[in-house]
Design a protein around this ligand. Sequence first.
Ligand code: HEC
Length: 165
Amino acid sequence: MKRNFLMGAAALASLATLSACGGAKTAEAPAATETAAAVETPAATETAAAAAPAGAKVEYASFTADAAAGEKVFAACRTCHVFDEGVNRVGPSLHKVVGRKSGSVAGFSYSDANKNSGITWTPEVLFEYLKDPKAYVPGTKMAFPGVKDDQKRANLVAYLEAQSK
Ligand code: HEC
């Protein structure tokens, strides 16, 4: 409607703005995916989280995790990780990561912090680690703030488990 009133340069400027917006939208796509994942968190599973007293340690085992929903959470990891064996990106391959020893992917240049942590990536450990990687492995070079939402993180770990079979 408004464009009917625009002429010449003004119309061109608005077109330029529109295409600039288009560009920005493309860049925002991963964020939009995240929002979608958040919206899809099943309401039924809230019960487990609500039952835990405030401040209590949340256990992976207390969640009904949904690996399919976890695949959407993994979108946040995909920039740096793939599951293909031997394929390292910014982060090491996550081929069969569940059950693996930390720092064990050949050809990946780990930080000493990760390499010497002595961690075995069990589902419980991953659930803790992925909440706040830098707190769990101080000095890690994994530049990822963590998945704070317990249910989403449980879903993510279930997805990692499914991919590790
Ligand atoms: C910005 C890039 C980046 C993102 C995003 C990222 N990671 Fe990482 N990840 C790394 C790097 C780099 C390392 C190696 C850390 C080190 O050596 O200190 C790593 C290490 C790991 C490790 C330890 C692997 C090993 O062999 O010891 C796991 C597990 C892991 N990431 C899982 C994830 C998951 C799951 C996500 C998504 C929730 C994720 N990462 C998101 C870059 C990333």
